[in-house]
Design a protein around this ligand. Structure first.
Ligand code: ASP
Ligand code: MG
Length: 442
């Protein structure tokens, strides 16, 4: 069994959806196809929910009507035979009836999640209708019947495996399954989701649950690049990555992959291939457990919106238990820490979730002087860096030249150097690293 996931841009127009159908029929053997919503839809659904949360019903109605037009046109261009077109229009009608009913409902987080789920429900149902029209036999596996998160909002892997296997068993003679990415049920049996970009995570969880031979993530770029192609001119796709490298890059800003999506694949040791719908012949990126021993630097990525916090305390000097008390404060506010550096009298750390920053700062002040700096970026440099290998950190620091560095983290793992810089220097940092450690022109 293979799992093939197609992102929103791969479904961005009816023609693209036709291409997706071609691609999946070329792939032999049993497969589960995971689809995102058509590009732009989830953002629009977020806007509808935002309007409703402000009780702005007129605005919500207007956005719904616009989106309805988009789907009407999409349907007409996707489906040309009478019966499939009729069916497609009924699907659109049904989901827009749900959206319109939300305008009258009392706004809540549950209503919002119900709204956000409509995008994937629409894309998958329309796709299955198109496959039917083309005489391609497939079965829709409703994600809400097997994808589930627990009280901690973590995927309930045992539940997913059991329910997915049941559904597959009921359709054991079928080779092609279609399902929704992103959406799931939560521990209260309400509609929920795996966070923005979560369709990759769905694909990986499905892959793990069915012990897939491969997970393919189809997007609109030819693999994971060595640097951010939106910022830096000369970047190139990385042919092979290890799971560890890919996880670091996805977490620290490489937008191509949802940060959580590597873990299930790595756990079950399933190769992940990043492929380009617009250029299916391109090799893309293959992610496996193997490392490339000859390669020094693999890639750099940047993560914005980082806050640096420094706690300076004479009580830290020669004391034990100090860091635990500091970390406990972050734990109590469920705020993950990314980078840490310490000296004998101070500790600096970074967070990207600022929801509780003022409470955290108040509590930290019991220990000493606290400084908070927002608008920073983590630059994550990934590569093969066994501790015996001399000079890689030097190369990175040399490349930085006169750019001020707020924190450096090296030695946490054998494949990562992280730097914290003021975000205003991000573009220049990425460009210099591309020049100096990857030998690319400016
Ligand atoms: N449609 C959702 C989003 O836009 C999930 C996904 O595309 O992965 O975030
Ligand atoms: Mg995505």
């Amino acid at each position: 069994m293979k799992v093939l996931k197609f992102g929103g841009t791969s479904l961005g127009s009816p023609e693209r959806m036709h291409t997706v159908a071609d691609l999946i029929t070329q792939e032999r053997g049993k497969k589960i196809v995971v689809l995102s919503a058509v590009s732009g839809t989830t953002n629009t659904l977020v806007n509808i929910a935002a309007a409703l949360s402000k009780k702005n019903h007129i605005e919500a109605d207007a956005i719904i009507n616009q989106l309805y037009e988009v789907y009407q046109a999409y349907c007409v261009n996707l489906l040309h035979k009478t019966n499939p077109l009729k069916k497609g229009k009924e699907i659109v009608e049904a989901h827009f009836t749900v959206l319109r009913s939300m305008v009258g409902a009392e706004y809540s987080a549950d209503v919002e999640k119900e709204i956000l789920a409509q995008g994937e429900l629409l894309s998958t149902k329309l796709f299955v209708t198109y496959l039917e029209q083309e005489g391609i036999n497939s079965t829709l596996l409703p994600a809400l019947e097997f994808m589930r998160i627990d009280e901690e909002n973590e995927p309930d892997e045992a539940y997913i495996r059991e329910h997915l296997h049941q559904l597959l068993k009921q359709n054991s003679d079928q080779d092609l399954f279609i399902t929704q990415g992103y959406i799931c049920l939560n521990s209260q049996n309400r509609v929920d989701n795996l966070q923005r970009g979560g369709s990759d995570y769905t694909a990986s969880l499905v892959g793990e649950a069915v012990d897939a031979s491969e997970i393919q993530i189809w997007t609109d770029i030819d693999g994971m690049h060595n640097n951010d192609p939106r910022i830096v001119k000369h970047t190139y796709p990385i042919p092979k990555l290890s799971f560890d490298e890919a996880a670091e890059l996805a977490y620290f800003g490489a937008k191509i992959l949802h940060p959580s999506s590597i873990r299930p694949a790595q756990h079950a040791n399933i190769p992940v291939r990043l492929l380009n719908t617009m250029k299916p012949e391109a090799a893309g990126t293959l992610i496996t457990a193997d490392i490339e021993p000859e390669r020094e630097f693999t890639a750099v990525a940047a993560k914005d919106g980082i806050t640096a916090i420094k706690v300076k305390s004479s009580r830290m000097l020669l004391a034990y238990g100090f860091l635990r008390k500091v970390f406990e404060i972050f734990e109590n506010y469920r705020t993950p820490i990314d980078l840490i550096t310490t000296s004998e009298v101070a500790v600096s750390l970074t967070i990207d979730n600022q929801a509780h920053i003022s409470e955290i700062k108040d509590e930290l002040e019991d220990f000493g002087e606290v400084e908070v700096h927002t608008d920073h970026s983590i630059i994550c440099i990934v590569g093969n860096m066994p501790f015996s290998k001399v000079g890689m950190l030097k190369k990175v620091l040399d490349a930085m030249g006169d750019i001020p560095i707020r924190m450096v983290s090296y030695g946490g793992s054998k494949f990562n150097i992280s730097l914290l810089i003021d975000s205003q220097f991000k573009a220049e940092t990425l460009t210099r690293l591309n020049e100096k450690i990857f030998g690319q022109a400016r």
